[in-house]
Design a protein around this ligand. Structure first.
Ligand SMILES: Cc1cc2nc3c(=O)[nH]c(=O)nc-3n(C[C@H](O)[C@H](O)[C@H](O)COP(=O)(O)OP(=O)(O)OC[C@H]3O[C@@H](n4cnc5c(N)ncnc54)[C@H](O)[C@@H]3O)c2cc1C
Length: 294
């Protein structure tokens, strides 16, 4: 648990109260059963984007965003420009600051105050080489969510392997082990590597949670500019997803799910992000079912 947070949010700076709350969720001894989407979150994004897929640009990095009274101009990496009504920044705070032309004093202050860790626990290997896991009584390959190996004297000298086929029910049907290793010091067979990746990750210190997160409310929506992602709330996949939905809701989108419990949490986080200005999600009637006689 400690290593997990060391990696994702730098546990040395994390408020203890937050760490304790996380402990309520997870079972450290066995793989935590999770509710997941069949074939991963990619499926849900594809389904949500289906009606406007032709309007989405992928692999087109943004270089600069210039704001004007009536809207904004987005310039891509190749220098092409397009006009838009609003922008939602879903990249990291330091990346937003680089992209945003003439940020206000408050925007500059908030975005530059978010701390990132870019050297510690940032290298990731996705692979199927189970030889890096021990074949002992704990049987990590079949029972555990992750396996941790300490390789040095420093408290952060860990190699950690997530055993994804034990975490994600749909991945358990795979004919190969589904493994993700961070901070790899063990030798991983190159032929079994699917991808290597690099992250910077947010440092969830007390200043961030207590001071900077509420300050975002003062810059959201100013000059057609919105912000979402880990730095605007809490560093976890679900909450980051919710911050994106909440920003979309603020500029007029409907909340896209029917589940009442999920909607309750969406409104809870929305209020936290936007205060009284938040447009709460409403229960939307299900589309009428049509049946065909055969
Ligand atoms: C090692 C590690 C392990 C983690 N494990 C877990 C876990 O087990 N469970 C959990 O809930 N959370 C976990 N997290 C946290 C979770 O992954 C993050 O909170 C979440 O992914 C952050 O989402 P985000 O949208 O803020 O940023 P990101 O997911 O980082 O997305 C930002 C995107 O912006 C894009 N971008 C950047 N610059 C530009 C540009 N100029 N133009 C266009 N696009 C750009 C980037 O390519 C990137 O895709 C982990 C994080 C790390 C680093």
């Amino acid at each position: 648990m400690f290593v997990n947070f060391l990696m994702a949010t730098n546990v040395f700076d994390m408020p203890t109260s937050m760490f304790c709350r996380y402990l309520e969720f997870f079972n450290i001894e066995r793989a935590t059963p999770m509710q997941t989407w069949d074939q991963g979150t990619r499926r849900i994004y594809e389904k949500m984007a289906e009606p406007f897929m032709d309007k989405i640009y992928l692999n087109r990095p943004v270089r600069k965003v210039y704001r004007e009274p009536s809207g904004l101009i987005v310039e891509d990496q190749d220098g092409n420009t397009e006009k838009f009504d609003d922008v939602i920044f879903a990249c990291n705070a330091n990346q937003t600051l680089m992209i945003l032309d003439q940020p206000s004093f408050l925007e500059r202050y908030i975005l530059s105050s978010i701390r990132y860790e870019s050297e510690l626990h940032n290298h990731t290997v996705i692979h199927s080489d189970a030889s890096i896991l021990p074949n002992n009584d704990t049987k990590p390959l079949t029972t555990r969510s992750n396996y941790i190996e300490q390789y040095g004297a420093r408290p952060d000298n860990y190699e950690i392997t997530y055993i994804m086929h034990n975490q994600q029910p749909w991945a358990s049907h795979s004919d190969k082990p589904c493994l993700v290793t961070y901070n790899a010091t063990s030798k991983i067979d190159e032929d079994r590597i699917v991808k290597k990746w690099w992250f910077q990750h947010i440092v969830h210190d007390v200043k961030h949670l207590v001071f900077l997160v509420p300050l975002f409310g003062f810059i959201q929506g100013r000059k057609h500019t919105w912000h979402c992602g880990a730095h605007t709330l809490i560093n976890s996949q679900e909450t980051c997803f919710v911050t994106g939905l909440a920003a979309a809701r603020q500029i007029g989108a409907e909340y896209p799910f029917q589940d009442a419990e999920a909607r309750k949490w969406f409104n809870f986080y929305g209020r936290m992000l936007y205060g009284w200005r938040f447009t709460k999600a409403r229960a939307t009637p299900l589309p009428k079912q049509t049946s065909t006689a055969t």
